[in-house]
Design a protein around this ligand. Structure first.
Ligand SMILES: Nc1nc2c(c(=O)[nH]1)N[C@H]1C(S)=C(S)[C@@H](COP(=O)(O)O)O[C@H]1N2
Ligand SMILES: [Mo]
Length: 169
């Protein structure tokens, strides 16, 4: 092989790996971190795992739906990031997300749920960021409208609000 060809191959490989690197590299929070993701993940940006501020969550694909729960007042538009997109962003290998709240309440969310209904890490209600007093900064909500049989206490218990940490395991 000529040196020209070898150089070309080197350039192509270099570009490929640089591309892979930038596609998977996790940004760092520029404002107040609102979520820590840890456990069985490949993408991190701090010794404690992958920390996110609101802008980093906003940079992931956004989804929304309007619904109400028996424990909420009326209906509201919930918007944010699908749990499965968050899992992809951190290279989560685990099949369960342990979702922990400010008050140490926690629930195990099987990733298989995310294949049945949209499971959304809501960052906003009716377009407004959620304050802690409004169940923020993030709230895990299930869109059970197409699967009403999932409106049951087991699902309710997985809709953790005031989330601080998600551990994939
Ligand atoms: N942060 C947090 N989220 C939580 C809970 C909790 O205690 N803390 N309770 C769960 C349970 S068991 C249910 S049934 C629903 C509704 O809780 P509520 O009946 O106390 O409103 O929220 C879920 N999310
Ligand atoms: Mo519950």
């Amino acid at each position: 092989m000529g040196t020209k060809v070898i150089r070309m191959i080197a350039v192509v490989l270099g570009t490929l790996f640089a591309g892979l690197g930038s596609a998977s590299a996790l940004d760092s929070p520029k404002t107040e971190p609102i979520l820590v993701v840890d456990g069985d993940i490949t993408e991190t940006n701090s010794p404690s795992g992958a920390t996110f501020d609101l802008a980093m969550l906003d940079a992931l694909p956004q989804h929304k739906f309007t619904t109400g729960y028996h424990f909420t007042k009326g209906t509201a538009e919930y918007s944010g990031v699908l749990l499965k997109d968050l899992a992809a962003a951190v290279g989560a290998k685990g099949r369960v997300a342990e979702v922990r709240a400010l008050n140490d309440y926690k629930a195990d969310v099987p990733m298989s749920d995310t294949e049945i209904v949209p499971v959304l890490l809501a960052t906003r209600i009716d377009g407004a960021p959620m304050r802690v007093r409004d169940k923020g900064p993030t709230w895990l909500v299930y869109d059970t409208r197409k699967r009403p049989e999932m409106n049951n206490p087991t699902t309710d218990a997985k809709m953790v609000w005031q989330i601080t940490r998600i551990t994939f395991k």
